[in-house]
Write a protein that binds this ligand. Sequence first.
Ligand code: AMP
Ligand code: ZN
Length: 140
Amino acid sequence: MDNCIFCKIIKRDIPSYKVYEDEIVYAFLDITQVTKGHTLIIPKEHVTDIFEINDTLAGQVFARVPKIARAIEKAFPDIQGLNIVNNNRELAYQSVFHSHIHLIPRFSVEDDFDITFGNNMEKYNQTMMNEIAGKISAEV
Ligand code: AMP
Ligand code: ZN
């Protein structure tokens, strides 16, 4: 797609630090390196986000994640963990609208990655939880 920075990276119109490539995906270092080894995996086909990707492509892309995760682990034996992040749409912090999966190795609690989940358990009773689950399951 024209004007997509990640499509340009795949086509080599823009340079990148390639980690892995095959017929389905291209993987490269995220320029911000939230932590050392921070890698992005992108489908070669331009898809905007999780709402657009089809089941086959989603399966093919995610099937590549474990081997790249293991490669990062082998490259950096001091790794303590790895967060997998996929942002969808602007509100959810997506800034490049070509779907991508972040692999963010974790080295210590003081590294630069931060994600916090609120806990709203006390605001939802059983009826509300059933209603929410029912609404979603009716659409699957
Ligand atoms: P997101 O905010 O989830 O959409 O992630 C987009 C990511 O793409 C950000 O973490 C950026 O640092 C990264 N990024 C943007 N342009 C480039 C580039 N030319 N090379 C490598 N990473 C990039
Ligand atoms: Zn694209």
